[in-house]
Structures are given as C-alpha cells and as structure tokens.
Ligand binder design. Structure first.
Ligand code: ADP
Length: 239
C-alpha cells in the first residue's frame, strides 16, 4: 500500500538531512507506529506521504500511484485517498461540528444526500452526532480530535495518517482515540501513526518502525516503544 525506496529528504533552506535513504513497505490493512525522538524525521516521513513535502531522491508509491513527483493537478487525487489527523486538530473555528466534517466532502463536490448520510455515519462512529451543531470551542480536546477523525474518514480513505494524534490529550482520552482507530483499522483502513506515547505503543502490540537521525533503526511486527522492553507476556515469562 505504501512503498518508500531509498527516500532521502534534505531541506533546501538549511541543508538538514531529515531522511537518509529510507526503504519501507507497508501492506494494506496494517496499523503502524512510527516512533523516534523529536527531530528524528517522523513528521518529514508523514509529509512526504501526503506530498506536503517532496523527496530529494528515491521513490514513493502510495496506493499504486507513484507520488514522488506529482504534478500539482494530481495532488488532490492523492489527498482524497488519504485521511490526515494532526496533534492540534486543525478544525475550522467558525464552522459547526457538522460543517467541519461536511466541508471535507464539499471539496470533492459530493451530492448533498450522500453527504448528509456520510457525515451522520462518521459522527456516529466517533460518538458525536449529538454535538453536530456545536462549535469547536465548545468541545473538549478529545471531542475536537474525534471531529478531526470524522473529517479524515468521511471520504472513505484507503490510508489514515496521524501525526501525534494523542499528543495534547490525557491518557484516558488518548485511549478513546485509539479505540476509534482500532475500529477504523478493523474495517480495512491502513493506519500510519507517528507518536511519542510509549504506553499506547507498548499496549497496542502493533508494528513499530523506529527512526533515529533520519534512518530506520528498528522495524518489528509486534513491537514496543523501546528496544529493551519485554514485548509480550511470553517473552517476559521465559527470560
Ligand atoms: P520529528 O517529526 O521526528 O520531530 P521532523 O521530521 O520534524 O522530526 O524533523 C527532522 C529534521 O528536519 C529536524 O532536524 C528538523 O529540524 C528538520 N526540519 C523539519 N522540517 C523542516 C523544514 N520545513 N525546514 C527545514 N528543516 C526542517
């Protein structure tokens, strides 16, 4: 579903080597954590995926489309197949919950009837249908992030990309978000999530890709946040 081959990113303005020949394959339906210290290159990887930044060299294929050097008019087609979630929610403050989610569908000119049904469906998935008419400022952080998730999935993306989605939330609220992600993933959406949240990564037991200094230092199918972690009960028990 996602293929990086020898992808290097050097930021032109300061010459920083943010990613150094990254090669990586993520299959359809996987749930992958990208971990690493601040400045290790996680966000750069996410930005290359959604074509917010362009690779200096190497090739990137997303959902069968070579996105390494997209022409500007091709970018919207890529973005439609991706749902994106950020740490700071990025909702439109002057629009209601319903309008924030509907806006993502208006952009692709969905018919009104389909739009209403889809928006209500995703608001049900994140448990916020009764807050349809609220404005973001009237919601808690966790609720705002749930609106952002509804907006990200309303166009039924193949891949959900989340950059520190629980970074501003307390642990319980973070788990609410992860429960929603698990359901979305179980329904077939590939999820790539960059995070610092050790507890979440350790408990979820999903694939973990660790990046340091722009290089992949670890890639484990059922990993933990850090290497020296007893990863499963078995491993712990038999040590
Ligand atoms: P992380 O998400 O792991 O914190 P980033 O991908 O944001 O790491 O950053 C990787 C490196 O690239 C850092 O050294 C950072 O300073 C640099 N960097 C990130 N974005 C930019 C940018 N827009 N321009 C120049 N340098 C950048």
């Amino acid at each position: 579903m996602i293929h990086f081959k020898d992808v290097t990113k050097i930021y032109k303005d300061n010459g920083v080597l943010a990613l150094d020949k990254i090669t990586l394959d993520i299959a359809r339906g996987e749930f992958v954590f990208i971990v690493g210290t601040s400045g290790s290159g996680k966000s750069t990887l996410m930005k290359l995926l959604m074509h917010e930044e362009v690779a200096t060299s190497g090739s990137i294929v997303v959902d069968g489309q070579d996105v390494t050097n997209l022409r500007p008019k091709e970018i919207p087609y890529l973005r439609r197949r991706l749902g994106v979630i950020f740490q700071d929610y990025r909702l439109l403050q002057d629009k209601t919950v319903y309008e924030n989610v509907a806006f993502a569908m208006q952009v692709i000119e969905a018919p009104r009837k389909i739009m209403q049904r889809s928006v209500n469906t995703v608001l049900d998935i994140v448990g916020l249908r009764e807050k349809s008419d609220s404005f973001p400022a009237q919601l808690s952080g966790g609720e705002q992030q749930r609106v952002a998730i509804a907006r990200a999935i309303v166009n039924d993306p193949r891949i959900l990309i989340a950059d520190e989605p629980t970074g501003n939330l307390d642990p319980d609220t973070g788990w609410d978000i992860m429960d929603i992600f698990q359901r979305i993933n179980a329904a077939g959406t590939t999820i790539v999530m960059a995070t610092h949240d050790k507890t979440i990564v350790d408990q979820m037991q999903r694939r973990v890709i660790a990046i340091e200094g722009g290089r992949i230092t670890r890639d484990e199918a059922r990993g933990a946040y850090s290497e020296d972690q007893p990863q499963t009960f078995d491993r712990f028990y038999f040590r």
